[in-house]
Design a protein around this ligand. Structure first.
Ligand code: PEP
Ligand code: MG
Length: 539
């Protein structure tokens, strides 16, 4: 038994087998391919193999548990022949030139979410099945068809460090926890862990040579500890804690469908932050009122080339449709700093956090921005989309954005493409934007405060630098005063203001935020019901 302490990013507990990362072959990765037809043939072969596996399983199950229980394998066989499912996989391979594994895994996630969001209980139950068949096809594609059980078991990821692009490519249902040697609590990888609702420890001084794939480990996000090869007594204790955790989650379940309203009647919107289309499942599962921040740049990560307009349009449309007319605030590209994609060729900078990133790239390389705006505007016809611009520091930037938006709208009008006029807002995440928020409030429909960057730029602390985690005081009075200024300036112009940085989920401040007059908090989906509970208990 070996124990290490680290810094906790999400306070949950998990126990399971370790997968030491570096074993890239175990993850589904997005890859660019040359020959789409050949990939489609690979899918066909993998499905054929899967049909045979399911037939074998069916026959075995009929003998062992009877026909009724075995019928599920027949259902799986039929689902694999579903035309919509196959069309979605094929069209993803053709339009995006991506590998079969990624296309099947993503289609599986998308269909699974779609089923999960349906009212009909029978269809809801198909959500797990479509995931299951997709996993089976992916395993066949990867040549790992041998051991069904072992391959589908979720694991604890152990790594030296994880970049946002690595994290975003992982199959989230297969991860029990993250443990890394490096990383800072405010990094995007940490944010992703929180969003996935899984225990995560960073800054763990482990000897990676001694940690082996397949070892059992316990990750305790409450105590900020990881134990490799725990004793039987330790395992028993943890099993009990996991049960308690599940019990608490069940209690929170009772808050689903209830309003976020204090005892005195003050209401606040609780929205969710997401990074990909497949996160919408978490949003619905946790009963969020909408999406307050869709970090669209994750669509650009973990790939070799820019996502096309069509690809982006499909992603935004799917989120808007799945959210069924609840608000979906999509933030335009915020690439740069820790979120790097080689094909942007951003070049090395001495100070990337203060460098060429986010709206600065969009205003300089307008073709990239216009492609995204066109996709966003087209998607407005399918739901309630709002658009939000990051890293604003001046009135002139907003003016330039509106000029480009007008050009895009004209192009769409000329082409006879229908769109709705979306709400347009900005992120307040630079001290400059706070100080001119009175002027900015006249120009936009809403403010969403990005406390992660606002803290970084106000306290002059690189959020990526783990050495500075102790100095990164997110409760600093300067930050709280700034939030109040922004809320007041928004309200003076009749606009709404929310928080979409991690501070919005800080349960020690929920009461303060309600008192400050914030209209919305957008947080990791797993925090929605916890905040609802606090708000409902407030006077
Ligand atoms: C923020 O800065 O608070 C924010 C929400 O944006 P990101 O974390 O993606 O930079
Ligand atoms: Mg930010």
């Amino acid at each position: 038994m070996t124990k290490y302490a680290g810094k906790s990013v999400y306070k949950g507990i998990a126990m399971g087998k370790v997968l030491v990362l570096g074993k890239e072959e175990d993850m589904v990765k997005r890859e660019k391919i040359e020959d789409a037809d050949a990939e489609i043939v690979r899918v066909g072969n993998a499905i054929e193999k899967a049909q045979q596996q399911l037939q074998d399983l069916y026959e075995k199950a009929v003998k062992e548990v009877g026909e009724a229980s075995a019928a599920i394998f027949e259902v799986h066989q039929m689902m694999m022949e579903d035309e919509d499912y196959l069309d979605a996989i094929h069209s993803m391979i053709r339009t995006e030139n991506i590998n079969a594994e990624f296309a099947v895994a993503t289609t599986g996630d998308n269909f699974s979410e779609m089923f999960a969001a349906m009212d009909d209980d029978y269809m809801k139950a198909r959500s797990a099945d479509v995931k299951d068949i997709s996993n089976r096809i992916v395993r066949n594609l990867m040549g790992k068809e041998g051991n069904d059980m072992e391959q589908s078991e979720p694991v604890i990821i152990v790594a030296d460090d994880l970049s946002p692009s690595e994290t975003v490519q992982m199959d989230k249902d297969k991860i029990l926890a993250f443990v890394t040697v490096h990383g800072s609590t405010n990094s995007h990888t940490a944010i992703l862990a929180r969003m996935m609702n899984i225990p995560a420890l960073i800054g763990v001084p482990m000897d990676l040579d001694k940690v082996k794939t397949g070892m059992v480990a316990v990750v305790d996000g409450v105590k900020a500890e990881v134990t490799f090869e725990p004793s039987p007594e330790e395992c028993l204790k943890v099993t009990n804690k996991i049960k308690e955790q599940e019990e608490q989650a069940r209690l929170l379940e009772t808050l689903k469908g209830k309003e976020n309203v204090t005892k005195s009647g003050r209401k606040i919107n609780l929205y969710a932050n997401i990074g990909s289309v497949s996160d919408v499942g978490y949003v619905l599962e946790n009963d969020a009122g909408g999406i307050g921040l869709f970090r669209s740049e994750f669509l650009y990560l973990g790939r070799n080339d820019f996502p096309s307009e069509e690809e982006q349009f499909q992603a935004y449309k799917q989120v808007a449709q799945t959210m069924a007319n609840k608000k979906v605030i999509i933030r335009t590209l915020d690439i740069g700093a820790d979120k790097q994609a080689d094909y942007f060729e951003l070049g090395k900078e001495d100070n990337p956090a203060m460098g060429y990133r986010a709206i600065r790239i969009c205003l300089k390389q307008q073709d990239i921005f216009k492609t995204q705006l066109r996709a966003l505007f087209r998607a407005t016809a399918y739901g309630k989309i709002s658009i939000m611009y990051p890293m604003i520091t001046s009135v002139s930037e907003v003016e330039q954005i509106y000029k480009i938006v007008d050009e895009v709208k004209k192009e769409l009008d000329d082409a006879g493409i229908v769109y709705h006029e979306p709400e347009q807002g900005i992120m307040i995440e630079t001290p400059a934007a706070v100080m001119i928020s009175d002027e900015l409030a006249k120009m936009v429909d809403f403010f969403s405060i990005g406390t992660n960057d606002l803290t970084q730029y106000t306290l002059a602390i690189d959020r990526q630098n783990a050495k500075l985690d102790d100095f990164y005081d997110s409760h600093h009075p300067a930050i709280l005063k700034m939030i109040q200024i922004v809320v007041d300036n928004a309200h003076k112009e009749g606009k709404w203001a929310g928080i979409c940085g991690e501070l919005g989920a800080d349960m020690d401040l929920t009461k303060t935020f309600v008192e400050m007059g914030l209209d919305e908090l957008s947080v990791a989906p797993s925090m929605i019901l916890k905040l609802r509970q606090i708000i409902r208990e407030m006077d």
